[in-house]
Design a protein around this ligand. Structure first.
Ligand code: FAD
Length: 311
C-alpha cells in the first residue's frame, strides 16, 4: 500500500496542471495522473492557441501544455501518465487505482478529467483537427476570415457557433440530419435571419476531404435519398455535443442531469468532503483553457484550505 499523499490530481489538461502547480508551490507534493494516452488534455489536439494570455504571438497547443507540465514539475509535482480506473472517494482517506492495479491514497483529490467533444466518427476527422476541423468557434473562428464554413448540428450550440462564425466567414452552411432544428426558437430565428447562414436539412457529412494535410471540402449526403454533393469549404465546425468524463465517479459524486460534476459554486467543492472539481468536467458553459486553468487554481486553493483544517 502506498504512502498517504496530501493530494492526488486526476487530469493533465490546463485544470489539472494548474492545480498541480499551485499545490506543488504550497509544498503539498501532489501526485498527478495525466491519463495513459491523452497526456496534456484537449489542447494537445490543436495547433495554434491565440487566446491564452501571455503569448502575443500565439503558442502551439502541445507546447503550451508541455510548458505547464514543466512549471508544475519544477515545484515538485509528481506525474504519472496513466489512467485511473477506479476510485473510492467516500472516506477520509481517498483511494484511486491505476491500470496496473496499484492503489494510491490521499487526503484530498482534485478531479480535472475534462470532457470530450462528440465526433462524427469519420476518417480524417482527428487528423485534420486544427487544420480546418474544429469543435470550438470561440477558439478557432478568427482563423476563418472570408472562408466558407460548414457547421454540423441542430441544437443551441450549433446555432450559436454558426451565428458567431458569421463575424469572420464569408458563408456558413448548417448541416443537420433532420428537417427541423432542436435549437430554441430565439436561436433559430437569429440564425434564419442571418444572410450569411444557409441550411442543409436532412443531410449528413459523408466524407471529410483533405489536401496538403488541410481540410479541402466535405461530401454531403441526403439521409433519405442517399444522394451526395460536394461542398467547397475550408472549415468544418462540429457542434453535436460533448460528454464529461465522469463515468468513474458515478454513484459517489453528485452529477447533474447531463453528467457534469456538480460543485458548490463559487467554490470547487463536490458533494464529498476533500474532493474538488475543476475545468471542463464541471463547466459546460465557458469551456476554455483559461477558465479551466482558473478553476484548477481555485481547486488547489480549496484543497489547501481543506488540508490545513485537517492538520
Ligand atoms: P482537458 O484538457 O480535456 O484534460 C483532461 C485530462 O484528464 C486529460 O489529460 C486526460 O488524459 C485526463 N483524464 C481523463 N480521464 C482520466 C482518467 N480516468 N485518469 C487519468 N486522467 C484522465 N481553448 C482555448 O482557450 N483556446 C483554444 O484555442 C482552444 N482550442 C481548442 C481546440 C481543440 C481541438 C479542442 C478540443 C479544444 C480547444 N480549446 C481551446 C478548449 C480547451 O482545450 C479546453 O477548454 C481545456 O483543455 C479544458 O481543460 P481541462 O483541464 O478541463 O480538460
Amino acid at each position: 500500500m502506498s504512502d498517504i499523499r496530501n493530494v492526488i490530481v486526476i487530469g493533465s489538461g490546463p485544470a489539472g496542471y494548474t492545480a498541480a502547480l499551485y499545490t506543488a508551490r504550497a509544498q503539498l507534493k501532489p501526485l498527478v495522473f495525466g491519463g495513459a494516452i491523452f497526456v496534456g488534455g484537449a489542447l494537445t489536439t490543436t495547433t495554434e492557441v491565440e487566446n491564452f494570455p501571455g503569448f502575443p504571438e500565439g503558442i502551439d497547443g502541445p507546447v503550451l501544455m508541455e510548458n505547464m507540465r514543466a512549471q508544475a514539475e519544477k515545484f515538485g509535482a509528481e506525474m504519472i501518465d496513466d489512467d485511473i480506473v477506479a476510485v473510492d472517494l467516500t472516506g477520509d482517506i481517498k483511494t484511486v487505482t491505476d491500470t496496473a492495479g496499484t492503489v494510491h491514497r490521499a487526503h484530498a483529490v482534485i478531479v480535472a478529467t475534462g470532457s470530450g467533444y462528440r465526433k462524427l466518427g469519420l476518417p480524417n476527422e482527428d487528423a485534420l483537427s486544427g487544420r480546418g476541423v474544429s469543435w470550438c468557434a470561440t477558439c478557432d473562428g478568427f482563423f476563418f476570415r472570408d472562408r466558407d464554413i460548414v457547421v454540423v448540428g441542430g441544437g443551441d450550440t450549433a446555432m450559436e457557433e454558426a451565428t458567431f462564425l458569421t463575424r469572420f466567414a464569408r458563408s456558413v452552411t448548417v448541416v443537420h440530419r433532420r428537417s427541423t432544428l432542436r435549437a430554441s426558437q430565439v436561436m433559430q430565428n437569429r440564425a434564419f435571419s442571418d444572410d450569411k447562414i444557409s441550411f442543409a436539412f436532412d443531410s449528413e457529412i459523408a466524407e471529410i476531404k483533405e489536401k496538403d494535410s488541410k481540410l479541402s471540402g466535405v461530401l454531403l449526403r441526403d439521409v433519405f435519398t442517399g444522394e451526395t454533393r460536394d461542398l467547397d469549404v475550408t472549415g468544418l465546425f462540429i457542434a453535436i455535443g460533448h460528454d464529461p468524463r465522469t463515468e468513474l465517479f458515478k454513484g459517489q459524486l453528485d452529477l447533474d442531469s447531463t453528467g457534469y460534476l456538480k460543485v458548490a459554486a463559487p467554490s470547487t467543492r463536490t458533494s464529498l468532503p476533500g474532493v474538488f472539481g475543476a475545468g471542463d468536467v464541471v463547466d459546460h458553459t465557458y469551456r476554455q483553457a483559461i477558465t479551466a486553468a482558473a478553476s484548477g487554481c481555485q481547486a488547489a486553493l480549496d484543497a489547501e484550505r481543506y488540508l490545513a483544517a485537517l492538520a
